[in-house]
Design a protein around this ligand. Structure first.
Ligand SMILES: C[S@@+](CC[C@H](N)C(=O)[O-])C[C@H]1O[C@@H](n2cnc3c(N)ncnc32)[C@H](O)[C@@H]1O
Length: 295
């Protein structure tokens, strides 16, 4: 790419370059990156197909296209991803929220009935904040504890909390699982999309995941279930209402069993759009006293 090349030619060359490197959806991704560089909407590219690109614009485009050519996740390059009904800032080092995870948000919205009283939700392993912030956006009574061990994830969550104007309803906490929530604070529901990929499968995944996304966000130990073994009993003890978690393909029976052994009831699974059992939920038995009571 050099000189004053019209937009349509830049698009065609980028698409070809991506196709040769095995980038999925090369045309769409070329359009998204070019629109991002030019500050346009995707469809506006077609109204400006003759517009020549300046050297500066071409330089900016080349840098982003080169990153994508190395299979860096598209959302890190664009700095944003749509999730459920919200747009999220996404930064390198933080897991890109997946469409599958919208199944967990939908399941939570099915079970969390809106009330006059605040509903306290822990989003364990918040990453970008996707789950907690989508639920808080849809349910004004929800208050969220967004918890993660990774400082870059918490920074990303904080940025999204501010962008969505949710500062009064979301506390961002650093630490292990539920430990950072002060003992006297109430927790009604625990929601989580924990790391669940079996360690040995990590390097077989597409390069965007295996080469770039953080291991702490993905690695669930030898069978993928390590975090559930600690989280599910702890969540069942702490929550007043129930627990909902995302699971990997084929893990729903074992995770349901962990729910049963933790004393959770009404154990339910939800399927994602591909028909895979993706979410397991359970309610706390009525009359069981949670570990901690609200102040
Ligand atoms: C699969 S990602 C989910 C991110 C986000 N909730 C989403 O659905 O897009 C798992 C997240 O859990 C965090 N994490 C892993 N182990 C954790 C632990 N023991 N305590 C708190 N967070 C943890 C990771 O840093 C990562 O952000």
């Amino acid at each position: 790419m050099s000189g004053l090349v019209p937009l349509v030619d830049v698009l065609t060359r980028t698409e070809r370059w991506f196709r040769e490197r095995g980038i999925p959806s090369p045309r769409l991704e070329s359009e998204l990156i070019l629109a991002h560089v030019l500050g346009m909407k995707r469809l506006e590219l077609y109204l400006a197909h003759d517009r020549p690109l300046s050297e500066d614009e071409l330089g900016a485009l080349r840098a982003l296209v080169a990153r994508r050519g190395k299979r860096e996740p598209l959302a890190w390059i664009l700095g944003t991803a749509g999730f459920h009904a919200i747009d999220l800032h996404i930064v390198p080092g933080v897991l890109v929220p997946r469409p599958d995870t919208e199944t967990l948000v939908d399941a939570a919205l099915e079970w969390l009935t809106d009330t006059e009283e605040p509903i306290y939700v822990a989003d364990v392993g918040s990453g970008s904040g996707a789950i907690g912030l989508a639920v808080a956006t849809a349910r004004p009574s929800v208050r969220v504890y967004a918890i993660d061990r990774a400082p870059e994830a918490l920074e990303c969550t904080r940025r999204n909390v501010t962008a969505l104007g949710l500062e009064q309803r979301v506390a961002v906490l650093r630490g292990d699982l539920l430990a950072p929530i002060p003992a006297e604070r109430p927790v009604d529901w625990v929601l989580s999309n924990p790391p669940y990929i079996p360690s040995r499968q990590l390097r077989t995944l597409q390069p965007e995941v295996s080469k770039w996304e953080p291991r702490l966000a993905l690695d669930g130990g030898h069978d993928g279930l390590d975090v559930y073994r600690t989280l599910v009993p702890a969540a069942a003890r702490r929550a007043r209402q129930g627990v909902l978690v995302e699971v990997g393909a084929g893990q729903a029976p074992q995770v349901s069993d962990l729910f049963r052994r933790a004393g959770l009831q009404d154990i339910t699974t939800w399927r994602d759009l591909a028909g895979i059992s993706r979410v397991v939920g359970g309610r706390c038995a009525p009359g069981t006293s949670p570990e901690q009571h609200p102040a």
